[in-house]
Ligand binder design. Structure first.
Ligand SMILES: C[S@@+](CC[C@H](N)C(=O)[O-])C[C@H]1O[C@@H](n2cnc3c(N)ncnc32)[C@H](O)[C@@H]1O
Length: 225
């Protein structure tokens, strides 16, 4: 597969802090690993995937490159193929929020020894914000990236507690931690439009109440800005 970067990937690379070893969990094609190495964000990468055929794509991309001696490839589930202290940075992108929470929750020793993590849940973002404190983690910053008419939410997280999130903040994120306000506002406007469309179609009373409530929260952050 030919190498392709993207705004989504570049934002992850940009958010990564310089470190010794990054674990790229669910690397698939290996594009994030390649860009992290190219940008000098890390000395070494451990690129993992639960699927051997997926990992082979990353191996094909990087095995014979100038980075070959700085990357190792491991097949396995989540962080179970990483030893505690082995990775100071962890990237988990392109998966659902529940799966990301499961991966983090299953390996507390690895998570506890990491300096930072970047997660990019593709759905269930509310649940991710709600559950991170239970895993002893907090969001330090968030960045919304728009690509191909989709919005991606990258979260830079660390070990340690944070102020509890309000119900509104669980839904929209905490505005003070949002790095690109313009992208955030574009996403808020998009969310408002789609909730308004949904509201016109929903007939069930309880569903209407919850959609209307969500809509009013998004309108509030949009107009307060
Ligand atoms: C959509 S790709 C994302 C690739 C890359 N991380 C990105 O964001 O561009 C998701 C990858 O995660 C892998 N994956 C799914 N569940 C996993 C798990 N529990 N542990 C490791 N990898 C997993 C899949 O095999 C797939 O290659």
């Amino acid at each position: 597969m030919a190498f392709v970067s993207s705004k989504r990937i570049e934002a992850i690379v940009d958010m990564a802090e310089n470190c010794r070893t990054i674990a790229d969990i669910g690397t698939d094609h290996g594009f994030i690993s390649k860009r992290l190495l190219e940008e000098g964000k890390t000395e070494n990468i451990i690129a993992t995937d639960i699927s051997a055929p997926s990992l082979r794509k990353a191996e094909n991309l990087l095995r014979d490159s100038v980075f070959s001696c700085r990357i190792v490839f491991r097949v396995g589930n989540g962080l179970q193929v990483i030893s505690p202290g082995e990775a100071d940075g962890i990237v988990i992108a392109g998966m659902g929020g529940q799966l990301i929470l499961k991966i983090l929750g299953a390996s507390p020793e690895v998570v506890g020894k990491a300096d930072w993590m970047i997660i990019s849940p593709q759905k269930n973002i509310y649940d991710v914000r709600r559950m991170l404190p239970d895993l002893g983690l907090h969001i330090e910053k968030e960045r919304i990236v728009e690509e191909d008419r989709r919005f991606y939410d990258h979260m830079f997280i660390r070990n340690g507690a944070s102020e509890p999130y309000s119900e509104e903040e669980l839904l929209t994120g905490r505005l003070s931690l949002t790095e690109d306000r313009d992208a955030f506002m574009k996403m808020a406007a998009h969310r408002i439009r789609s909730l308004e469309r949904i509201l016109k179609k929903v007939t069930d009373g309880d569903d209407r109440i919850s959609v209307a409530r969500e809509l009013s929260i998004w309108k509030k952050v949009y107009t307060e800005e």
